[in-house]
Design a protein around this ligand. Structure first.
Ligand code: HAM
Length: 411
């Protein structure tokens, strides 16, 4: 029979990589909790119009990358390409705003985008992310960025922070008109993709990676000249807060992001160490989205980080607990071995009961392969072997052995 392969752009995460995945998520989770965020577990499938109305009709995500299908009830649904839209939908649908105050939520899980797979870019990937609803102060922007920077630091990852402001909705609309006119006058010099972006999504032309487009947009009118006083003030305040928190940043007026819902602050954490897909975390404000999705006028902001990209950058995993392998010397001692393993586990030891039958020699070989730090031989009297030093010691009973082993294994 022929073998069935996994689908292109999808991955099996196992062994050391699964450990890395868990380490990244657990580290982020601890920091989310320190900042008093609470978890929200969101559906993987949503009504397709949620993403059309939030991420944006003209964006690459909605135009080309969404997994859309009709379910058996004839509903047009999508596998979520990102988490913000669902978080906003939940905030509105569950009437969280009715509780007053403000809300800080975090999430973790798979996202789906039909992109061209390459290192650091997959069709199913995983994000950790957080959203804040109901706060307009740029203090929240600074805290959010600080939290992302804490997560990266805790993982031992250094990345450059780039920030920009897109202004409020009105000033951006005005700017886009002027930009469109400018781009239209240079149409013939732009790459094919950008030519089609002029009408659909002119801001994206500003972050096109094609050299000739980069040259042309150098002369483009600058968004900053169209910003309201209010937006400029917010941006200045944010920069002041970041400086006070000793967070280094670079201002990048070309940073526009690939999703339509942003207003004012946008930011990305970027590294040069993992090739072309160097953005490890990104986010910003989206002050009009909650209302756009049927909720009350609510300022909001958030970020998401790609877990696989963070995994590529994590160098040192915390050391595993030492493994104790329990070996019944002959099968007459199987019951005692089952019980000894139970006792060791109850005492907090990571324990592998050697399940393969065979000679003692072959069992020892397996214990080595499993990476056991200690072996407990179960026989008339239990015997402990330290695999590193080779030392062996016989005990009266398993309790005495555990007392000594606890010390050695530092449990
Ligand atoms: P995004 O920039 O589309 O933003 O994605 C955030 C991060 O997810 C990226 O910086 C990258 O690390 C990771 N990522 C995106 N696509 C892929 C892929 N195909 N393969 C691997 N990793 C990927 C958002 O998703 C927004 N929801 C962020 C946000 C939250 N803004 C406000 N709140």
């Amino acid at each position: 029979m022929s073998e069935i392969k996994k689908i292109r752009g999808f991955q099996d995460i196992y062994g050391e990589n699964a450990k890395k995945y868990r380490y990244v998520v657990d580290t982020a989770r601890k920091i989310f909790e320190k900042y008093n965020f609470s978890e929200i577990i969101l559906p993987y499938v949503e009504d397709v119009s949620l993403f059309v109305r939030s991420v944006g009709e003209a964006t690459d995500i909605v135009q080309k990358e969404m997994y859309v299908f009709e379910d058996k009830g004839g509903r047009k649904v999508a596998l979520r390409p990102e988490g913000t839209a669902s978080a906003v939908r939940a905030y509105v649908e569950e009437r969280m705003y009715a509780q007053g105050g403000y809300h800080k939520l975090f999430y973790e899980g798979a996202m789906f985008r039909y992109e061209r797979p390459q290192a650091g870019r997959y069709r199913q990937f995983h994000q950790i992310g957080a959203e804040i609803f109901g706060v307009s102060s740029p203090m929240a922007d600074a805290e959010l960025i600080k939290m992302v920077s804490d997560i990266l630091k805790a993982l031992g990852i250094s990345a450059r922070l780039e920030i920009n402001t897109l202004g409020d909705f009105e000033s951006r609309k005005k700017y886009m008109e002027v930009l469109k006119e400018f781009l239209e006058s240079k149409r013939e010099f732009l790459c094919e993709d950008c030519q089609s972006r002029i009408e659909r999504n002119p801001l994206r032309v500003l972050d096109c990676k094609v050299e000739s487009c980069k040259e042309i947009t150098k002369e483009a009118p600058a968004l900053i000249d169209f910003l309201s006083e209010e937006s400029l003030k917010r941006y200045d305040e944010l920069k002041e807060y970041l400086k006070a928190l000793n967070i280094e940043f670079v201002e990048n007026p070309r940073l526009v992001r690939g999703l339509d819902y942003y207003t004012d602050t946008v930011f990305e954490f970027i590294t040069d160490k993992i090739g072309a897909q160097g953005t490890v975390a990104a986010g910003g404000r989206y002050d009009t989205l909650v209302k756009q999705l049927g909720g009350p006028d609510t300022p909001a902001l958030g970020f998401a980080a790609g877990i696989e990209r963070l995994m590529l950058l994590v160098e040192n995993l915390p050391k595993d607990k030492p493994l104790v392998v329990v070996i019944p010397v002959v099968s007459e001692f199987n019951i005692q071995a089952l019980k000894a393993a139970e006792k060791l586990r109850n005492n907090g030891m990571k324990t592998e009961l050697l399940l393969k039958e065979g000679s003692l020699k072959s069992k020892m070989k397996t214990a080595n392969k499993l990476g056991g730090s200690f072996v407990v031989f179960v026989s008339e009297k239990p015997e402990l072997k330290d695999m590193e030093t080779g030392e062996q010691e016989i005990f009266e009973n398993i309790d005495d052995l555990i007392d000594v082993l606890k010390d050695k294994a530092q449990v």
